[in-house]
Design a protein around this ligand. Structure first.
Ligand code: DON
Length: 312
């Protein structure tokens, strides 16, 4: 099913329709994340994909209006919100190198003195959320307000069941936060930070919402209302970190196959940016062993192959 919100420009709609047909035919769609029980029941064959153009035109195929758990996709937005506030000082507390390790790994933190490799592994995202919390007093609320404003969807919200499920299974993130606190790299008390982080990850949004909310990265830092969130350089930096670190220890393969800045989440969503042109969001809950959506990566791969659009 295809629903259009505007008729001004639907350049990529035939491409999306072709991708949806291909995905329908593809077997082996991975497995939904089972370490968060609230996500485990999702059918891995579900699929939706949306494109948002620079002027806010948005269209899609499949379940592109269906809300799903955004999870680590939100790490892009908290990074942008914190970078906008504190600028380069952030990079004294979190690096910007690929980790080559799973998203929830602890292994590098000790020999790198509590400074996580990048803002998109869990340790790095915890640092970013902590710093945003210090600056705003409500990091998750700030994020939610941003997503609502950029998507124009005021009904976006936290999913209390998912947040509670993560809190109940949050030992690994708690360990990361306490360990970094022991190096002085966390300002807030750990329970407050974890509460903010789990609520952040629990936000539910659709492909349409997330494609629109990512638009500032294709517009070189300009928000939907025309105001500036990031400098042009900062927008480039966030896109670069997405390209090199946005899909964890599969970032090299993602860059090879898709050739765009992208960020995945274990809810099965992936956002991607074609700077100066458009943004994409794809959702399919079946994950590979690294936590990236199987059909999501395949769909983005096909998109750049069919359109010839990539940053390379
Ligand atoms: O920290 C966690 O475990 C999750 N709330 C977020 C993980 C996630 O989405 C990583 N992604 N692929």
């Amino acid at each position: 099913m295809v629903i259009m919100t505007t008729t001004s420009s639907l350049t990529f709609l035939p491409v999306l329709e072709r991708i949806a047909e291909e995905m329908e035919r593809t077997p082996g769609r991975g497995r939904a994340a089972d370490y968060i029980p609230a996500l485990a029941a999702l059918d891995p064959r579900r699929f939706g994909m949306a494109v948002a153009e620079l002027d806010g035109t948005v269209y899609g195929v499949g379940e592109w209006r269906e809300p799903f758990s955004t999870q680590s996709v939100t790490k892009v937005f908290t990074l942008a919100l914190d970078l906008a506030r504190e600028g380069d000082e952030l990079w004294e507390h979190v690096g910007r190198e690929p980790s080559g390790n799973p998203f929830n790994s602890l292994v590098q933190l000790e020999y790198e003195n509590g400074i996580p490799r990048n803002p998109f592994i869990n340790a790095g995202a915890l640092v970013v959320t902590d710093r945003l919390q210090t600056r705003t007093g409500d990091a998750a609320g700030e994020l939610l307000a941003f997503l609502r404003a950029e998507s124009g969807n005021t009904s976006l919200d936290f999913d209390q069941e998912v947040a509670a499920s993560e809190t109940a299974h949050g030992d690994r993130n708690a360990a990361l936060a306490h360990f970094m606190a022991s190096y002085g790299n966390i300002d807030n008390d750990v329970p407050t930070l974890l509460d903010q982080y789990f609520r952040q990850c629990s936000i539910t949004a659709s492909c349409a919402d997330l494609a629109l909310a990512t638009g500032f990265l294709a517009r070189h830092g300009i928000r939907a209302d025309g105001s500036r969130l990031l400098t042009r350089s900062q927008a480039k930096q966030v896109n670069a970190v997405m390209l090199t670190c946005g899909t964890y220890d599969a970032a090299g393969n993602f860059a090879y196959r898709v050739g765009l800045p992208g960020k995945s989440g274990v809810g099965g969503g992936i956002i991607a940016v074609v700077p100066g042109r458009c943004t994409l969001c794809v959702w399919s809950p079946g994950l590979d062993e690294r936590g990236n959506s199987v059909a999501g990566v395949a769909a983005l791969d096909l998109f750049t192959t069919l359109t010839g659009l990539s940053v390379f």
